[in-house]
Design a protein around this ligand. Structure first.
Ligand SMILES: NC(=O)c1ccc[n+]([C@@H]2O[C@H](COP(=O)([O-])OP(=O)(O)OC[C@H]3O[C@@H](n4cnc5c(N)ncnc54)[C@H](O)[C@@H]3O)[C@@H](O)[C@H]2O)c1
Length: 263
């Protein structure tokens, strides 16, 4: 197969959660540019409609959908409805996630400040919703005997990270291993599942703290390239993991972090 064909997603249907901005939008844009009909879902109605309009304005095939991944029954039924509407589901990018606030060396982030409600919210949004997304998508893909699931984890799930909250680090480690564990079962039906583990990227996460110069500088200092990433820099890896080009990659957790985890 020619390498161009390996990245061709014409005729495929992709669904992305948390797609209105940041890394989710960049990954949605990537698969839409490869030719997939792309469903952008997000809890932020205005932003997701704008994001969808941006892609459509470029002649790409995109649909916007309001969806809170914390509403687990709705999440499942929306994925089912989408697969039924399009008659297939080829790519699922489980990306929606939130920050847990500051890291353990701050007053607010120290373990003494444990808040069970906040902890449960993080688990629901960053972990349980990812499992439901995988479960619902996989049910359709297994019938097709093909599919690509891509989950946004974090390097905070691979190693200790001074700048992120406890619950975030815990959920991202869990999500990475959930991907490996799911790969066992899904491989039997030719469905692959992989995690992208980003390092620091310039997005709105954590009330926009990556946009504060001092925070960005601290994160940048932890990378070999000495800078934080720009959202478009995730597109290549997303394009690979969503396409036929990654047919022999499954159960992998792939860092994209300017070399942070090489240190
Ligand atoms: N930016 C980074 O440095 C970084 C690093 C590692 C991992 N990540 C992960 O990347 C993913 C995307 O984060 P981002 O940096 O693009 O953040 P972002 O805040 O820029 O974008 C996240 C999007 O998800 C949406 N969202 C939030 N809660 C939602 C919910 N309950 N249901 C549906 N959508 C919801 C938001 O409205 C927003 O559009 C997250 O899983 C995050 O943990 C980000």
């Amino acid at each position: 197969m020619h390498v161009k064909e390996m990245f061709d997603l014409k005729g495929k249907v992709a669904f992305v959660t948390g797609a209105a901005r940041g890394l989710g939008f960049a990954m949605a844009e990537a698969v839409a540019e490869q030719g997939a009909t792309t469903i952008l879902s997000d809890v932020d109605e205005v932003a997701v409609n704008e994001a969808c309009a941006r892609l459509r304005g470029r002649g790409l095939s995109a649909e916007g959908l309001v969806l809170d991944v914390g509403e687990l029954d709705l999440l499942r039924s929306t994925i089912d409805r989408t697969a039924a509407h399009f008659g297939r589901l080829d790519i699922m990018i489980a990306n929606a996630g939130i920050s847990a606030g500051p890291g353990p060396l701050t007053e607010r982030g120290a373990m003494a400040q444990f808040d069970p409600v906040h902890w449960d919210t993080l688990l629901r949004l960053n972990l349980t919703s990812v499992f439901i997304t995988i479960q619902a998508a996989a049910a359709h893909m297994r019938k097709q005997k093909s599919g690509r699931i891509v989950v946004t984890s974090s390097i905070a799930g691979i190693r200790a990270e001074r700048m992120v909250g406890y619950a975030y680090a815990a959920t991202k480690a869990a999500v990475s291993n959930l991907v490996r564990q799911s790969a066992v079962e899904l491989a039997t039906d030719n469905v692959t599942i992989n995690a992208i583990a980003p390092g620091p990227f310039l997005t709105d996460i954590g009330q926009g703290r990556m946009r504060q110069a001092d925070t960005a500088k601290q994160f940048a200092a932890d990378t070999l390239l000495n800078r934080i990433g720009l959202p478009h820099e995730i597109k290549g890896l997303a394009a690979l993991l969503a396409s036929p080009a990654s047919s022999y990659i499954t159960g992998a957790v792939i860092p994209i972090d300017g070399g942070a985890t090489a240190i």
